[in-house]
Design a protein around this ligand. Structure first.
Ligand code: EPU
Length: 349
């Protein structure tokens, strides 16, 4: 028996804490409930929203259809050859708690991805990344319910088509697969990834001459994130609001004449990645407020719910930021969270 809640309040189910409602809400606590959920009269494959931690979503309005909150739990060891382990986690597991669990077992690989809000099942969707590591590097396979074939199947890493903040689940086969579990290949021997920003320095300070461990790196990452990024339990946000734009090298050459400090990172295809946060910061927008929404004071890439923001406040602020950056740098910023409902997003875009 599936409990369907009508006009359900979604404020606590999106980390932006926007006051929106779902026409219907159900909670999936076991994969075995999927057939019953799909048999509900409210279920429509085109409009259903499979919701994880709600940390990478911007609800532009009430959700006019069924929302299924993925809350299935469970972690199990699948393989262990003494060096490499394969661990499987259910989609509804909290991402950060899962990372901490793996570190407590002595398994490394996910330490740089500590403290990212959201669930395990959402991690592959946007290929979460931080401090020089993307989750794709540790993903062995993703278990999905295939709505075309109406059965469970595993997609291996290549089939997921991972790219910067992207995957087959976000584009391509969007709407076909419901992620129910993820398998990670982790290691009992630790190879630190410390090349990003000041991570090496912060980790060394924490280690104080002792041998560096994966848990220490995780602590260093948590420390850096807490300095810059808002805690969604205190100040609503969806993390980075824009992707770091990838632009032609010729534009960077031109911009460098005027802005010699412009951070730019060469890509394998000859293009350049810019730091969206830097571009927004240069426009003087840190702390800028529109209605209840604001640009975060310590990290310009993050938009926050400063004071009971409405969805319209966040959308207006996002458009304003995009306009300022386009005018000054001729760079079009692309939002990073998924804007919902889709129809509204298309109308606005
Ligand atoms: N910068 C500024 N002002 C700002 C923000 C950044 O000048 O207000 C400059 C920084 O000084 C640095 C550059 O911009 O030179 C890059 O900034 P930072 O290292 O803080 O990282 P980011 O590019 O802003 C990305 C990810 C984050 C991830 C960090 C650390 C994206 C869209 N964002 O941010 O991911 O935590 O790197 O690896 O790729 C997320 O996706 O939600 C997220 C938080």
């Amino acid at each position: 028996m599936i409990d369907v809640i009508e006009h359900a309040d979604l404020q606590s189910l999106n980390t932006f804490a926007l006051p929106v409602r779902a026409r219907w809400l159900v909670t999936l606590s076991d994969t075995a409930q999927l057939p019953d959920i799909m048999a509900l009269p409210q279920f429509d494959r085109q409009s259903v929203l499979w919701l994880g931690g709600g940390s990478n979503i911007l609800f532009c309005a009430d959700y006019p259809a069924l929302v299924v909150r993925m809350a299935n739990r469970g972690i199990r060891l699948v393989a262990d050859d003494g060096v490499r382990v394969v661990v499987e986690a259910a989609a509804g597991e909290c991402w950060h708690e899962f990372v901490q669990y793996t570190l407590a077992q002595g398994w490394s690989g996910l330490e740089n991805l500590s403290l990212i809000p959201g669930t395990v099942g959402a991690a592959p969707v946007q290929n979460i990344g931080a401090y020089g590591v993307e989750v794709q590097s540790c993903i062995e396979a993703v278990q999905c319910f295939d709505l075309d074939e109406r059965q469970l199947r595993w997609l291996n890493r290549d089939e997921c088509c991972f790219a910067y903040r992207d995957s087959i689940f976000k584009h391509g086969e969007q709407g076909r697969y419901v992620i129910v579990a993820v398998r990670f290949a982790l290691s009992r021997s630790f190879t630190p990834q410390l090349h990003y920003g000041d991570l090496a320095q912060v980790a060394a300070e924490l280690a104080r001459g002792q041998t560096l461990t994966a848990s220490m790196v995780a602590q260093a990452v948590c420390h850096i994130r807490q300095q810059k990024l808002p805690d969604p339990r205190v100040l609503g946000s969806a993390g980075s609001f824009f992707k770091n734009p990838v632009v032609p090298a010729a534009l960077v050459t031109t911009l460098l004449n005027q802005y010699p400090a412009l951070p730019h990172y060469p890509q394998s295809d000859g293009q350049m990645k810019l730091a969206a946060g830097w571009l927004i910061d240069q426009c003087g927008l840190k702390g800028y407020q529109l209605g209840g929404a604001a640009v975060h004071e310590r990290q310009a890439l993050v938009l926050v719910n400063k004071n009971q923001a409405s969805a319209a406040d966040v959308v207006a602020l996002a458009r304003y930021v995009q306009g300022c950056v386009a005018q000054r740098f001729q760079v079009q910023l692309e939002p990073e969270p998924v804007w919902l409902p889709q129809t509204l997003m298309l109308a606005a875009g």
